[in-house]
Design a protein around this ligand. Sequence first.
Ligand code: FES
Length: 115
Amino acid sequence: MANVTFSSPRLKKDVTVYAVAGDTKTLLAVAKQHDIPLNFECENGECGSCQVQVTVLSGKAPYGVALTEKEKTVLRFAGKITAEQIAAAETGDVPPPWRLACQFVVRHEDILVQF
Ligand code: FES
């Protein structure tokens, strides 16, 4: 079970929802399920419209940071993450600050999502 808190000027107040562990839904799917107005277009990691800032809030050790190739390409191109941050994510499980909501799979960590 993970708490996912969405924060945005587009929301009247922060919204926290529960994501069931093992569901392996994308962050975008969780947002849509709870009527959170995240931007999206392609839903396939190509357009970059679903970029969000993600902060891990829980003190649990990360399962491992899995960035898809599309996510790495789009976020690098947009200037949201560096090659060093990608390397740190892949070798040290250090979460990068920006993710694509349509590619990020919600796991057991409590996270803050800003958009
Ligand atoms: S909706 Fe296009 S990259 Fe996520």
